[in-house]
Design a protein around this ligand. Structure first.
Ligand code: ZN
Ligand code: ZN
Length: 485
């Protein structure tokens, strides 16, 4: 059960879908792509009504202005620091060359020794030790995750999340620092997230003269299963952070686009809602030579798989985003035996809650209808294995962070990210805290490198400048709110 779930969950986070987007001729000419304006879409995947999505998925707002420091009059997001200067950014990033060796060492160690959901204690211990070494002021252990707190006087509080779990996938990169553990690997880039998150905490702890407030470096377990953020919330995250409650939450992910050294932001819906469902349909067992005595669940399951394809193609309007994937079919054990049941593992993605509901209802209808048509002796069963929320970036926070990135990297290294059909549980953290957030992409591949998508066993992003850029991005985004004016 656990193994099935984990194997299935490996396909849930779905950054492999980001690969599909990058496989499109999105950057046929790097020089041309660089010349694109920052707000120009790198690659398109269809029309998306951001306004409708935002109205359907409004984030919880901060307390009214006056109760929360810096809360803006509109949207509930705190106002960014308007005086953030390149000099300030440079001063806080002072020492990044010196931390790079241990960041790379840490990255390679995590890569060699990946921990999957439920087994992240070893990684959490390493993270805790490093946070102690770099001099954060306090470390909390919450729900299998770790929060390092850097205190620096009055001001706002910013939370930056790095997920630290690996996937139940056997690595096939051929890297000299490949996973030493068959069936487990960091092929979604979370090792880079952790290395960058630690580096940002280290530099913010070291260089306190140019900023003020509180920085929370949060390391989350179990992103791939969609259970880690909730585990931290369930273990009292909100109460435990009450004294340092963040005004804004931030997160990033290593992606196949843009190129390494570049970042990409997006206002509004950035990641889809995702559901993983196990459907069990029932037949009637028989000898393989006597189908007339049974009801064949293999034929029934096959009909369901084909019919499910009509949901997106025939039931959704052209341009409406939805995905229905049958990731696995399990039926039978021998060539001469007709089984008595079949299991189908389904994956659903949508950017609009109404579309998600429609897809789920259609799946229910089609499965039941096909069972009836087949003469199935028993009602099918449906089990939800995982549910990921829609991830909708706050426009005000996204604008502030994008501006900070432009200052830090220059406009030619900051792009607009197209919506990604993958899913995340990060937003459960800001939702529990009642604060806005933004989540951006950090490019993982250099020009000329073979681009292999997240979750592929051969996923092998360039360590640098990916980790360095992730570190700088975390700092720049935090300073949009913590810069000393
Ligand atoms: Zn993933
Ligand atoms: Zn991931």
């Amino acid at each position: 059960m656990r193994t099935d779930h984990e194997v299935f969950a490996a396909h849930m986070c779905g950054w492999d879908h980001a690969t599909l987007a990058s496989d499109a001729p999105t950057e046929p000419d790097t020089a041309t792509a660089r010349a694109l304006s920052r707000r120009q879409v790198l690659h398109g995947i269809g029309a998306l009504s951001a306004v409708a999505l935002l109205s359907a998925c409004t984030q919880q707002s901060n307390p009214p202005p006056g109760q929360a420091p810096g809360a803006s009059a509109t949207g509930g997001a705190p106002a960014a620091n308007p005086t953030l200067t390149p000099a300030q950014l440079g001063n806080v990033m002072n020492g990044i060359d010196q931390i790079q060796p241990w960041q790379e060492e840490f990255y390679k160690d995590l890569h060699r020794h990946p921990d999957v959901w439920g087994e992240e204690a070893r990684t959490a211990e390493k993270v805790t030790k490093k946070l102690q070494e770099v001099g954060v002021d306090e470390i909390l252990q919450i729900g299998g995750g770790v929060v390092g707190i850097v205190r620096n006087g009055d001001g706002r509080s910013v939370l930056f999340r790095a997920d630290m779990d690996a996937l139940p996938v056997t690595e096939a990169t051929g890297l000299e620092y490949s996973s030493t553990e068959p069936g487990k690997s960091h092929v979604c880039g979370h090792d880079a997230h952790v290395a960058s998150g630690l580096g940002a905490a280290a530099l913010l702890a070291k260089n306190k003269s140019e900023w003020s407030g509180t920085y929370l470096a949060l390391f989350q377990p179990g992103e791939e299963t969609g259970k880690g953020a909730q585990a931290m919330v369930d273990d009292g995250l909100v109460a435990k952070l009450a004294a340092v409650k963040p005004d804004v939450c931030l997160a990033q992910h290593v992606l196949t686009v843009p190129e390494s050294g570049h970042v990409a932001t997006r206002s509004g819906a950035i990641l889809s809602a995702g559901d993983s469902i196990k459907v069990t349909v029932f037949g009637k067992g028989s000898h393989g030579s006597m189908p007339q005595l049974g009801v064949d669940p293999a034929v029934l399951a096959s009909s369901i798989v084909l019919r499910l394809q009509s949901i997106v193609s025939r039931e959704l309007a052209p341009g409406q985003f939805g995905v229905v994937t049958v990731g696995a079919i399990n039926v039978g054990t021998a060539p001469n035996v007709i089984s008595d049941r079949a299991e189908l593992l389904l994956n659903v993605r949508a950017y609009d809650p109404a579309v998600r509901d429609k897809i789920l209802a259609s799946i229910d209808r089609i499965v039941r209808g096909e069972c009836q048509a087949a003469g199935s002796p028993q009602e099918p069963t449906f089990e939800t294995l995982a549910t990921f929320p829609l991830t909708v970036n706050d426009p005000t926070v996204t604008d502030a962070v994008t501006q900070a990135f432009t200052q830090a990297f220059g406009a030619d290294r900051v792009h607009e990210l197209a919506p990604v059909p993958a899913s995340e549980d990060f937003s459960l953290i800001p939702a529990a805290l009642g604060v806005p957030f933004t989540y951006w992409g950090n490019g993982g591949f250099l020009p000329g490198m073979p681009v292999v998508g997240n979750h592929n066993p051969a996923f092998a992003p360039a360590i640098q400048p990916t980790v360095r850029t992730g570190t700088e991005a975390a700092i720049a985004a935090a300073l949009a709110y913590l810069g000393r004016s």
